[in-house]
Design a binder for this molecule. Structure first.
Ligand SMILES: O=C(O)CCC(=O)C(=O)O
Length: 244
């Protein structure tokens, strides 16, 4: 990472200790790199951070991607707009109830952990969030899995989003609403490289590159977590799991 001092004429913004390269930002703001200009400028505006992972993966976190008011409004709307369900999955050959509520919307069915989520229309709130994340990350997301963690005792086990229907090295995003929760990434091959992030209300997490190939991620139980959290996980499903 090259960190430079402020450049004359560049937009002045706070720089997070883990923030993207300042020189790239300066060129973007000055119009030098049209492709990423808007995205990189917005990284600075909302105190984004980026971490390169081993073997070509990366995560980006935009802690203030939504304002507190927007995040609160979206959370309230989704509580009533979505059909929340307690669903079973198959884990190591056993059927278990997932330790959280789920809901979804998607143009194509999405299959994971021995269950298939059939296509379901997007309501206005999910449509809005998908359009905004898609414009920001430049990926045509067509599926959202909503996870509702009713308390710190609800969780998401360690896994990777590496279903063949997502293609090789998919970009997967997660928008967080409600109570902050710890999000853990660990390398599949073990050893160093564990990363822990706090996902607060209004944040956007982007996992990209080979992240799903080489890392697992999850939201562990946390008895200290205060209140409910909703996360929206956006994916681009390339084809139906029933296509051959
Ligand atoms: O709740 C989160 O932020 C994680 C969600 C997740 O890992 C998933 O939906 O696959």
């Amino acid at each position: 990472m090259h960190l430079h001092g402020p450049t004359e004429g560049a937009l002045h913004v706070d720089v997070h200790p883990l923030v993207l390269d300042r020189a790239l930002h300066t060129r973007a703001v000055n119009g030098g790199e049209r492709l990423d200009a808007w995205r990189r400028a917005s990284c600075y505006a909302c105190r984004a951070m980026r971490r390169e992972l081993s073997q070509g993966g990366f995560v980006e976190l935009y802690p203030e991607w939504l304002s507190a008011g927007e995040a609160h409004g979206m959370e309230s709307a989704l509580r009533t707009e979505l059909a929340w369900e307690s669903r079973e999955i198959v884990l190591f050959g056993r059927r278990i109830v997932q330790p959280r509520l789920v809901a979804w919307a998607g143009a194509i069915d999405y299959r994971y952990s021995g269950q298939t989520l059939p296509p379901r229309p997007f309501g206005p709130t999910l449509r809005d969030v998908v359009d905004r994340v898609a414009a920001h990350v430049r990926v045509p997301f067509n599926h959202v899995l909503a996870n509702r963690y009713r308390s710190g005792m609800d969780s998401m086990g360690m896994h990777s989003d590496d279903e063949p229907e997502l293609g090789e090295d998919p970009v997967v995003c997660s928008v967080s609403l409600g109570a902050p929760r710890r999000f853990v990434l660990v390398p599949k091959r073990g050893g160093d490289g564990r990363l822990e992030l706090l996902l607060t209300a209004g944040s956007l997490l982007v996992m990209g590159g080979s992240c799903q190939r080489h890392f697992r991620h999850g939201v562990p139980k946390d008895p200290r977590a205060q209140g409910e959290r909703i996360s929206l996980t956006l994916r681009h499903v390339l084809r139906s799991s029933t296509d051959d």
